[in-house]
Ligand binder design. Structure first.
Ligand code: GLC
Length: 635
């Protein structure tokens, strides 16, 4: 019998929580050795006893209701109470009013209504507080005016664990202002093929970077017992997602099939779960994807035997958006297989009523054992107790509720600006064109220079960063207080005594800055068959060609959710910066482009492809590259 020993220490030690060593006999382990991970939040006998009491008095309808999460646009607070619904969510681009830039207070008002209804014991109902989940994945990004951080790919380039904890703390505070309890973050995807439309939600193709950064974000979001702030009123419940192997699908096909050995599945895609469970994450979201052809939402071995029994996860598993319907024999309204496999709460945005009725029938028929239902409800109530939801009163009574000044607070935006600075990766700098002297004559151009929708990418106020039907990018009004790269560069050059020149006078420029790249997308809408970026008819590339013909030193700032094959653009530029999806603080880009104390710190979190017919195989720069590190010894 060989033994595997895992040392889970890292920031835990820094937290004053001694390094925790687990050993695992592998004789009974599966082909790989999933570790036993002890959460810093151990079971509380008093809480478990209270849950015993609840289970004893709940009807099957009430129990199944707790296992359902409905979308706020498809359920009223009264119906949520009437059907004993345990949770609601606002999907990407879903707001409490029909306007994105509606009153901020509408969020808290709606949270109060859902909470009040769930605590109303009229008609013999049970007072079990409802929990509201949202995708605050790069700040409180559904809310106009919130601080919008760089998407995860940029944070992976920055690779600053302490900064991640600050980002989590800030995100939790801004979410708490709106009365929401829970964010579906961190994503611990370890994207292996950048053709995947969700690559920008992944920190890196390196499991170690993903594991460390997600753990720190989590501690910022939820707090930690060693910091004595675990799930305080300044913190929110978090979700590690999407379990497991979301970033490993063949050809980067979103919701596709991750085909690999169990050892590789653990080694490549499991490290974020080890670290975040070890830091106390309370929910895990099941992945739409499959493992070796088996949909995760129906995979009892991974969801129950591995995640819960072997690794010891004692929070609850939330399904993804009707993800259960992708299990063979299932639909939006019925999936006993997923219940039995170990999904505890089902994200059933619209069809929640039928799903509840069918699941109740499946329990009554014995297709779903009551013990499974009781286990799921126990896990859900355990998390609600740990989050203090039974005692904390209505959302508007919470410490940060309604404190609108915290949304997009200058202190928060300063941290986001630092994150932007540290996320930038310099790929090329011929003739030391960078840094730019702010006193010079600067020509700014490019479709991404003054475009907040391109700058923030998907999952920003709307799901796709654009209208899903017309595909028109979000209006500028959705980006209140955002600073674009052009705006910040212009003000910095002017205040330094420099000059901005326009297109008609570009010949007189000392340097040009051209900003362009990908337009926003999310999930499968962003899937590609090739990473090649078509420059042939691209107007931004034509500007680069024009500048080259005029011998004007040119800096290209490429905005994208992933590396792309842009050899011709890199070759024609004197300097080339990968800026990823910076978010609200374009000032972080001008800070580094101009001659001041910052400098380039980012390193490529993914390999950068060469331009070719299928750029997913040949690379121009490898992960970890930066022009800075390649030219300065000892870095
Ligand atoms: C989406 C995503 C998931 C998100 C959920 C709720 O389809 O897969 O990451 O948390 O739905 O918006």
């Amino acid at each position: 019998m060989t033994r595997n020993t895992f040392v889970i220490s890292g920031m835990m030690a820094a937290l004053g929580v001694c390094a925790v060593i687990y050993s695992l006999s592998t004789s009974e382990a599966a082909a790989s050795s999933w570790p036993v991970v002890r959460s810093p939040i151990q079971k509380d006998v008093a809480i478990e006893s209270k849950i015993d009491d609840w289970l004893a008095k709940m009807s099957v309808e009430q129990k199944v209701g707790q296992m359902i999460q409905a979308e706020i646009k498809s359920i009223s607070p009264d119906d949520a109470a009437k059907y004993h619904i345990g949770s609601v969510l606002n999907g990407g681009g879903s707001w409490p009013t029909d306007k994105a830039d509606g009153p901020l207070g509408a969020w808290l008002s709606m949270a109060n209504l859902f909470h009040g209804a769930s605590m109303d014991t009229g008609d013999g109902r049970l007072a079990i507080p409802i929990m509201w989940g949202t995708d605050a994945v790069h700040g409180h990004n559904n809310v106009v005016g919130a601080t919008i951080f760089p998407h995860n790919i940029g944070l992976g380039a920055a690779n600053n664990p302490a900064l991640m904890r600050d980002i989590g703390t800030i995100t939790a505070r801004e979410v708490a202002v709106t009365g929401i309890d829970w964010t579906f973050a961190p994503t611990v995807a370890v994207a292996q093929d950048a053709r995947w439309g969700r690559t920008y939600e992944s920190y890196s193709s390196d499991p170690k970077i993903v594991a460390e950064l997600s753990k720190e974000l989590l501690i910022g979001l939820q707090g930690h017992p060693a910091l004595d702030n675990f799930l305080s009123e300044q913190k929110i419940i978090a979700t590690t997602k999407h379990f497991i192997g979301d970033g490993g699908t063949q050809a980067g096909d979103d919701q596709g099939d991750t085909v690999m050995s169990e050892d590789d599945l653990f080694t490549i895609h499991g490290q974020g779960y080890v670290q975040t469970i070890g830091a106390g994450v309370q929910t895990v979201m099941a992945s739409f994807s499959s493992w070796n052809g088996d949909k995760l939402h129906g995979n009892q071995y991974l969801l129950t035997d591995v995640l819960k029994t072997r690794m010891g996860f004692d929070g609850f598993v939330i399904g993804d958006w009707n993800g259960h319907a992708q299990v063979d024999g299932c639909s939006n309204i019925s999936c006993a297989q997923a219940v039995n496999a170990g999904v505890d709460m089902f994200m059933v945005p619209e069809d929640w009523k039928a799903f509840q009725a069918n699941t109740v029938s499946q329990v009554k028929s014995g297709e779903i054992p009551m013990a499974r239902i009781d286990d799921a409800v126990r896990r859900i109530l355990r998390v609600k107790y740990r989050a203090g939801m039974f005692d904390s009163g209505k959302p508007s009574a919470h410490e940060l509720a309604g404190r609108a000044k915290l949304i997009g607070h200058d202190n928060h935006r300063a941290v986001a600006r630092q994150a932007v600075r540290e996320s930038l990766v310099l790929l090329k700098n011929d003739n030391d064109v960078l840094p730019i002297n702010p006193k010079s004559k600067v020509f700014i151009a490019g479709s991404g220079a003054d475009n907040p929708a391109i700058q923030s990418g998907g999952w920003t106020v709307t799901w796709q960063g654009r209208d899903q039907v017309s595909r028109v990018m979000n209006p500028t009004s959705y980006y209140k207080n955002h600073i674009t790269i052009a705006q910040s560069l212009t003000s910095a050059v002017k205040s330094a005594g420099g000059t901005l020149v326009d297109k008609t006078d570009m010949q007189s420029a000392d340097v040009a800055v051209v900003v362009f790249g990908e337009e926003p997308y999310a999930e499968s809408d962003g899937d590609l068959t090739s990473l090649n970026f078509d420059l042939a008819a691209n107007k931004d590339f034509q500007i680069l060609q024009d500048l080259k013909a005029k011998n004007i030193p040119t800096v290209t700032v490429f905005i994208s959710g992933r590396p792309r094959g842009v050899d011709a653009a890199i070759d024609i530029s004197d300097a080339f910066v990968a800026a990823w999806l910076p978010g609200s603080e374009g000032g972080g880009v001008s800070d580094v482009l101009l001659d001041n104390e910052y400098g380039f710190k980012g390193r490529l979190p993914f390999d950068w492809p060469a331009s070719s017919d299928n750029a997913a195989t040949t690379y121009r720069y490898k992960r970890g590259y930066s022009y800075v590190s390649s030219t300065q010894s000892g870095r």
